[in-house]
Design a protein around this ligand. Structure first.
Ligand code: HEC
Length: 296
């Protein structure tokens, strides 16, 4: 008996040694699930822009994954949960609030410049975020930059707060319909993308789950009431109006997924979340900015 337990332990040890990421010397107990080739078209395509074309093709979606044919689109393109009325939902109130706040912050035109707007116009700005921000001297998401630029105007707009997300929503609305375009092929953006990619595939928390454990293999399966979706296109419809949350920024969504999987959540704007945002936004390259969106 004792021998067989020892054998089993040894066996498990050997198995985990095989699974362990040879590069992850600092944290050998965390498994790295090398699942980058979960979609063959992704490998080698650093901008990952091919994913939109792939998923857009209905042939590549199997309705059985979503449970019924009507819901299949949700696996990949989830900016609206039906039943909905696109003309009026909580996201529109947030948009109005965001517009009013933006206009008061930008009374002297400095706020828009600080956000990186070309010649004061917000058009297309959201499609270029996250980006390397010269004053912050790092890669940052739009909400983090909004907090920084509001502070320059003497205002507190904390990342993750309703008002911060409302301004983000208004800024995003000025790029509606424009495809997300971030370049992660070089420099700081590449480094952030690479860290984000690793984090996405790194197991953590009490259940030892990686983001990829759910958002790649398990897409289409039900977790209690919800169907797990692909990671493509998410970044294009954030911040989202959630019927249970009011307004949710992408980083608040990460907190929710971390809490659901018993993993220590981080603060909005933390480097790990920004890296994840860069990775997910690259997976949204080609998807049009679509706000205000609503999910339940
Ligand atoms: C236990 C499975 C599970 C894990 C692990 C998990 N999620 Fe989720 N996630 C879900 C479910 C379920 C939803 C809600 C349904 C959906 O949209 O996929 C969701 C939703 C999301 C959404 C919003 C999708 C949208 O467009 O509205 C994002 C973004 C997201 N997760 C990112 C992450 C990231 C990043 C991680 C790792 C830190 C992670 N998730 C870990 C299950 C998981």
């Amino acid at each position: 008996m004792r021998a067989s337990i020892a054998c089993l332990t040894l066996g498990l040890f050997a198995a985990s040694a095989v699974w362990a990421d040879p590069e992850a010397t600092s944290a050998p107990y965390r498994e790295y699930a090398p699942m980058e080739n979960y979609r063959p078209h992704v490998s080698g395509d650093l901008s990952l822009s091919g994913t939109y074309a792939y998923w857009k093709d209905p042939k590549n979606l199997d309705w059985r994954m979503a449970g019924n044919p009507e819901e299949n689109w949700k696996l990949n393109w989830k900016f609206m949960d039906p039943p909905f009325n696109p003309a009026i939902h909580g996201g529109h109130f947030a948009l109005e609030r965001g517009e009013a706040l933006y206009k008061s912050l930008n009374a002297r035109g400095r706020f828009a410049r600080c956000l990186g707007a070309d010649k004061g116009t917000l058009k297309g700005l959201r499609a270029r975020y996250p980006m390397y921000h010269r004053t912050l001297k790092k890669v940052a998401g739009l909400e983090e930059v909004i907090e920084h630029c509001a502070a320059q105007e003497g205002r507190v707009l904390q990342n993750g707060s309703y008002d911060n997300s409302a301004v983000s929503l208004y800024v995003a609305s000025q790029s509606n319909g424009m495809p997300i375009r971030i370049d992660v092929s070089k420099g700081e953006m590449h480094a952030a993308w690479e860290r984000g990619r690793r984090l996405f595939h790194m197991r953590a928390g009490r259940f030892n789950l990686a983001c990829a454990s759910c958002h790649t293999h398990q897409i289409g399966l039900r977790l209690r009431g919800t169907v797990v979706t692909t990671p493509y296109g998410d970044a294009a419809h954030y911040p989202v109006y959630r019927t249970s949350y009011q307004l949710q920024s992408l980083h608040l969504r990460f907190i929710e997924c971390n809490l659901d999987t018993r993993t220590q959540p981080l603060l909005p704007g933390s480097r790990a979340y920004t890296d994840l945002e860069v990775f997910l936004t690259a997976l949204s390259n080609g998807y049009p900015v679509t706000v205000p969106s609503e999910r339940d």
